[in-house]
Write a protein that binds this ligand. Structure first.
Ligand SMILES: [Mn+2]
Length: 353
C-alpha cells in the first residue's frame, strides 16, 4: 500500500478547513467506484460539519442505489434531473473534489462549469494520464484497485481518523468497501496487497460485506440474466486473433427493458475462455456505440481504446465510443470495424508499443 504523501495530506487538510462549500464531482454514468467514493467523501465531510454536495451527471446505477439511502436529503444532486440546482451548487462552492476521473471532459455537460469555476480543485483518481494542470492538488495512483482504495488511504492519513479506519463514519466505510468491490469485480481484477488490507480493516471495523454482496450480486432483475444468456448464446463472436466481441443493439436493449447500468460486467464474461485475449462489448446509445474493453495481461485494453475507440482508462479495463453514423453506420459495420482494427492491433500495434 502506497501511503499518501504527507505534504499533500497537509494541503488537503488546509484546503478543506478553509472552504465553506464543497462540491464532490464524479464521471458521467457513474459506476460503483464513482458513487462509492463520492458518497464516502460526502459522509466524511458532513461528519466534519462541512457544507458538501455530490453532483452526479447521471443517476447512480440501481445496484449501488442503496448507498444513497444513507445520505441526508438534498445532498446528492443529479444533473440530468435538476440541472439548475446542480450548476448552482458548483457555482457557490469554493472547493471542488473530483473523484474517479482523470479530466473534466469525463463530466460532459458539467465540464464547463467545473473547469471555469474559481474554486480550488482537488483530484483523487486511479486512471492513466490525469490532467495535472487543471487541479491545485492531485492524488493520482494507477497501481491501486479503485478510487475507493486510494480515498481510503487518504482518509486514514487525515488527523481526524488517527490512522484507524473505524473512526470513519460507518456509511463512509460501507461506501468505500462497495466501490472497491465493484471496481475489482468482487476481488477478481486489480487486486493489490493494499486492497486486501483495506478489505481486512473495513471488515474488522464492522462493515457488513455480506449485505453489500447481497445488494450488488444477488438483487438482479430476471431480464438482466436472460439478456446475458441471449448475448452469450447468439451474439458473441470470437476472432481468430482471440478477440471476443458482443454487439448489443438498441432494439434488443429495449425489447428486454434493460435499464442503465444493467449490462455492467457483461464484457468480462468472454475472458473466461482460454484463448480469448481481449473482450469488447458494444452497446448502442443515441448516435453512438458505447464501448467497453477488457484484456488479459500482455494485451493493452487502454491502447486499443485510445487507438480505435476514442477512449482509454486502465491498462486492462478501458472504455470509449464509436459515433453512428460516423466511423460505422450500423451494427454490421461495427462488427467489421472491430474485426479489422483488432486484427492489426493484436498482431502489430500491441506488439510494438
Ligand atoms: Mn474507478
Amino acid at each position: 500500500m502506497k501511503v499518501p504523501d504527507q505534504s499533500d495530506i497537509v494541503s488537503l487538510v488546509e484546503m478543506t478547513a478553509s472552504s465553506s462549500a464543497i462540491t464532490i464531482s464524479t464521471h458521467i454514468r457513474p459506476d460503483g467506484d464513482a458513487v462509492g467514493s463520492s458518497v464516502a467523501m460526502l459522509h466524511f465531510l458532513l461528519a466534519q460539519g462541512k457544507d458538501a454536495y455530490v453532483i452526479l451527471p447521471h443517476h447512480a446505477p440501481e445496484t449501488v442505489g442503496f448507498l444513497l439511502e444513507s445520505v441526508p436529503e438534498g445532498r446528492i444532486i443529479v444533473h440530468e434531473d435538476t440541472p439548475e440546482p446542480a450548476l448552482g451548487a458548483i457555482l457557490r462552492s469554493d472547493l471542488i473534489i473530483s473523484l474517479d476521473y482523470n479530466d473534466f471532459k469525463r463530466t460532459e455537460a458539467l465540464q464547463e462549469a467545473l473547469e471555469n469555476s474559481k474554486a480550488r480543485k482537488i483530484l483523487i483518481d486511479h486512471h492513466l494520464d490525469p490532467s495535472l494542470g487543471k487541479f491545485d492538488l492531485v492524488f493520482s495512483q494507477t497501481q491501486t484497485s479503485s478510487t475507493c482504495e486510494l480515498l481510503f488511504n487518504i482518509l486514514k492519513a487525515l488527523p481526524q481518523t488517527k490512522g484507524d479506519a473505524s473512526n470513519l463514519p460507518i456509511e463512509c466505510r460501507t461506501a468505500l468497501m462497495t466501490g472497491m468491490t465493484t471496481d475489482t469485480n468482487n476481488f477478481a481484477n486489480s487486486v493489490f496487497p493494499g486492497t486486501l488490507q483495506m478489505a481486512s480493516e473495513l471488515l474488522a471495523s464492522g462493515v457488513d460485506r455480506d449485505a453489500i454482496l447481497g445488494r450488488l450480486y444477488r438483487s438482479d432483475r430476471e431480464q438482466r440474466l436472460r439478456l446475458k444468456g441471449k448475448l452469450l448464446y447468439e451474439n458473441l463472436r470470437i476472432t481468430s486473433d482471440g478477440v471476443a466481441y458482443i454487439i448489443l443493439d438498441r432494439k434488443t436493449l429495449e425489447s428486454y427493458g434493460i435499464k442503465e447500468g444493467e449490462t455492467e460486467g457483461f464484457v468480462n464474461e468472454p475472458l473466461s475462455i482460454r484463448d480469448v485475449k481481449m473482450s469488447i462489448f458494444l452497446k448502442e446509445d443515441k448516435e453512438k456505440f458505447r464501448v467497453s474493453i477488457r484484456s488479459k495481461k500482455g494485451v493493452s485494453a487502454n491502447l486499443c481504446a485510445r487507438l480505435h475507440f476514442n477512449g482509454g482508462g486502465h491498462e486492462l479495463a478501458s472504455g470509449g465510443s464509436l459515433p453512428v453514423p460516423g466511423t460505422v453506420k450500423d451494427a454490421v459495420e461495427a462488427a467489421r470495424y472491430i474485426e479489422e482494427t483488432t486484427h492489426i492491433f493484436i498482431n502489430k500495434e500491441n506488439e510494438t508499443r
